[in-house]
Ligand binder design. Structure first.
Ligand code: ZN
Length: 247
C-alpha cells in the first residue's frame, strides 16, 4: 500500500509501505478524509520527532473499517469511524487516570516502534479498536467528522482543564482551528467574556460566530487588520490579576 513517509528533514513523499499486521483486538481503517496538523508540518520541516523518520506520518483521519480482529465487538467491516489523534493504551491504569497522552499506541512521532505508522496511508492500524474508535452518525459528513479527532478534542480539553466558571473572562491566544474550538468550548461552558487574539479576518469572523465578544491582533502580527492590538494580557480583562493558563 502507499503511505506518506517522512524521509528526512524537509523531505516527505508517497512510497510503498507494508500493510500493518493486526492482533485480535485491532482493526484496519481505510481513511476517507485526513487533515494536516501543524505537528505534521513541523515534523517534516524540523525533524523534531526523530522517532518519525522513515515512517508514515499524519494523525487526523476518519475512514471505513476495512478489517477487524476476531475479538473486536463494537465495530464491523464497513463502519464509518473517527480515528482519534491519540490512540491511547486504555488498558493501562495510568492512561485511565488521565495520563493517556503519555501511553499512546499509535503515534509515529512518539513511538520508537518502526512498525507504528500514521494516518496518511491507505490503511491505518487502530490498536484496541473497541477502546479507541468512534462511530460517525449518518448526519455527519466525513469532512465534518475529521475535525473532531484533534481540533475539537484539543480545544475542548484545554477549556475543560481550565475549569472555566460561568461568567469568567477567557483569553484565547491564537485562533487557528484549535483556538476556534477553544472559543466554542468556552462559550458552551458559560464564559462571560471571550477575547480572541488573532489577525486573519476569516478566523476573526469565525471566532465571533463561535462566541468571542472581543477580538484583538497580537503585538507581533504583521498582518493588516482592523482589529485593535493587544498591549498586555490584562489590558482587556480590566486588569484582573489572577489568571490560569493552559497551553
Ligand atoms: Zn494534530
Amino acid at each position: 500500500m502507499k503511505g506518506y513517509v517522512l524521509q528526512g528533514k524537509g523531505e516527505a513523499a508517497w512510497q510503498e509501505v507494508p500493510v500493518p499486521e493486526i492482533g485480535p483486538y485491532d482493526a484496519l481503517v481505510r481513511p476517507t478524509a485526513v487533515a494536516t496538523c501543524t505537528t505534521d508540518v513541523h515534523a517534516i520541516a524540523t525533524l523534531a520527532f526523530p522517532n518519525a523518520l522513515n515512517k508514515v506520518i499524519g494523525h487526523e483521519a476518519v475512514g471505513v473499517v476495512d478489517t477487524i480482529g476476531e475479538l473486536v465487538k463494537d465495530f464491523k467491516v464497513g463502519d464509518r469511524v473517527v480515528l482519534p489523534a491519540i490512540l491511547a493504551d486504555w488498558r493501562n491504569p495510568r492512561a485511565q487516570r488521565g495520563e493517556a497522552k503519555h501511553y499512546q499506541t499509535n503515534s509515529p512521532y512518539m513511538s520508537p516502534d518502526p512498525a507504528v505508522g500514521g494516518s496518511f496511508s491507505e490503511l491505518v492500524k487502530a490498536v484496541d479498536a473497541d477502546m479507541v474508535l468512534a462511530h460517525i452518525p449518518d448526519a455527519v459528513t466525513d469532512v465534518q467528522a475529521v475535525m473532531v479527532d484533534d481540533m475539537v478534542a484539543t480545544g475542548f480539553t484545554g477549556v475543560e482543564n481550565m475549569e472555566i466558571l460561568v461568567g469568567e473572562v477567557v483569553v484565547v491566544l491564537g485562533i487557528g482551528p484549535v483556538g476556534l474550538m477553544a472559543v466554542a468550548a468556552a462559550a458552551l461552558r458559560g464564559a462571560g467574556r471571550i477575547i480572541a487574539v488573532g489577525s486573519r479576518p476569516k478566523t476573526v469572523e469565525l471566532a465571533r460566530q463561535y462566541g468571542t465578544t472581543t477580538s484583538v491582533s497580537s503585538p507581533s502580527s504583521s498582518t493588516e487588520s482592523s482589529t485593535p492590538r493587544l498591549s498586555s494580557p490584562t489590558s482587556f480583562t480590566g486588569g484582573t490579576a489572577s489568571a490560569r493558563a493552559w497551553t
